[in-house]
Write a protein that binds this ligand. Sequence first.
Ligand SMILES: [Zn+2]
Ligand SMILES: [Zn+2]
Length: 174
Amino acid sequence: MANPFTVFAAELLRRPGTQKQIALSAPLADLDVHDPSRFAPDAEADVQLLLESLTDGIVVDGTVGVAWHGTCRRCLADTGGVSVSEVHDLYQRVLTDPDAFELDGDQLDLRPVVRELVLLDTPSTPLCRPDCAGLCPTCGANLNDGPCGCDAPPADPRWSALDVLRGDDSPERG
Ligand SMILES: [Zn+2]
Ligand SMILES: [Zn+2]
């Protein structure tokens, strides 16, 4: 089966200004991504890329989106979302731009880039929300549901020590 991420770069480069669109839903298995802790077995990456040839390279712009799931690292609730990665890459046969990727041969295979974005931009230790309050360290209650009742912090031994000192310095003299 032809790799849908492969573009015939030579043809694009022959005519600068040529555009080519890649719009596809790629099963993660096709990207060699196998991570049941983050992705459903039938998850697909939504790939929307626009390629445009310059005189000395090919610009790739677009997005890669993928649905993920996980466990909140603070409150342990199930969480998930869709991560969308932006793509702004330049491929060149002769590298003149320090940020460019090397274009090796006539084919441009975007699969490795898409795979990397799926793996790197999807949280592996997510939060259910940015301000997740987490669990009470004392009773284990989910503080997102409200205060648990043990919001008075446990007595700090340093304060007890101060109490003793205060007692020693008491101005009462028999
Ligand atoms: Zn949480
Ligand atoms: Zn508590």
